[in-house]
Design a protein around this ligand. Structure first.
Ligand code: ADP
Ligand code: MG
Length: 312
């Protein structure tokens, strides 16, 4: 049983049928009706030492990444992040470690204008879970794509996966990939401004192919992606050569946005991306036929190595 069927089977439809729950399990965040117009968007992401990052990592980096991956889910909903809780399990109360962690949390929280409002602390193996709460008027749902939409991605793909594949080198050994893994850029500003032009959106946490698959599944569509259009950093091409495309397709952890929009929105989207100095690439289109294809320059389907990262 994989991660997603496990969630569907054991954690979906629990509780009462509450009209204030606009959207429960299955998207980047849940949506709860606010008293006025709009919604609260609620998302949680957990990081476990030895699973999401190697043992004995710098606490400042861990704090930053934990916050940013949660902020990215807010961006994927078109939500403005506001508040969060932090639940943390610590092997010991090491004050040096905790001060570094806390200083970083403070810096990052101020940078993204969010406040820590609660949580829980226990002794145990190092793991941390952040629950982020944001506000949104027009949510970007995974289920909102239409056939014939353009498929877009922000930034570059595959760099964080290359970092993980190299065994998490330190910054001195590899500053290019280091920042992409430890300090992903939640695309909040872009998402908020571009939301009126976007239909469906997701953030690329498990790999483009898998995450685009979630949009396709929830929208009841397929997709055609042109391999030659996949955006990766020039430095990634230099070091990974022919592996770049597969890294860009299946490598997770980049936390870029993948979204769909009507073809008539191309100019507006590119203008907004330029204002945010954000590369924005149109990589393909959604299709009525429920099949996800990656095409080479001759228009022939190429196999995609694996379906992206999954626990279990
Ligand atoms: P993301 O990659 O955007 O963080 P996930 O793939 O982790 O999303 O989760 C998919 C969906 O399943 C989300 O809507 C998430 O809230 C939900 N989910 C995951 N684990 C649980 C759980 N233990 N209980 C309830 N919902 C869960
Ligand atoms: Mg997500």
């Amino acid at each position: 049983m994989n991660e997603f069927s496990l969630i569907r089977h054991y954690f979906t439809g629990i509780g009462v049928d509450d009209p204030d729950v606009a959207l429960a399990v299955g998207d980047d965040a849940a949506l709860l009706h606010q008293a006025g117009e709009g919604y609260w968007a609620v998302a949680a992401d957990m990081l476990v030492e030895g699973r999401h990052f190697p043992v004995q990592c710098n606490p400042a980096l861990i704090a930053g990444r934990a916050l940013r991956v949660n902020l990215s889910d807010m961006a994927a909903m078109g939500a403005r992040p506001r508040f969060y809780t932090l639940s943390i399990s610590l092997p010991k109360a090491d004050t040096g470690w905790l001060q570094e962690f806390s200083d970083s949390l403070q810096r990052e929280s101020r940078q993204f204008s969010v406040s820590l409002v609660g949580g829980d602390t226990t002794a145990g193996p190092l793991s941390l879970s952040i629950q982020m709460i944001g506000e949104v008027q027009k949510p970007l749902l995974r289920s909102a794509a239409d056939a014939g939409d353009d498929i877009w991605v922000t930034g570059h793909l595959g760099s964080a996966a290359a970092y993980v594949a190299k065994g998490f080198p330190d910054a001195a050994a590899d500053d290019f990939a280091f920042a992409r893994f430890w300090q992903p850029e939640p695309r909040i500003g872009f998402a908020l401004q571009a939301a009126p032009h976007i239909k469906a959106a997701i953030d690329v946490s498990d790999g483009l192919w898998a995450d685009l698959g979630h949009i396709c599944e929830r929208s009841g569509l397929g997709a055609r992606v042109e391999m030659s259009r996949l955006p990766f950093h020039a430095q990634l091409r230099q070091r990974c050569g022919d592996e770049c495309e597969q890294l860009a397709l299946t490598g997770g952890d980049d936390y870029e946005l993948c979204f769909t929009a009507a073809p008539g929105e191309r100019d507006s989207l590119q203008k907004i991306a330029a204002q945010h100095q954000l590369p924005l690439t149109r990589i393909g289109e959604t299709t009525q036929q429920r099949e996800q294809l990656c095409l080479n320059s001759a228009g022939k389907p190429v196999p995609v190595a694996q379906g992206g990262y999954q626990h279990f």
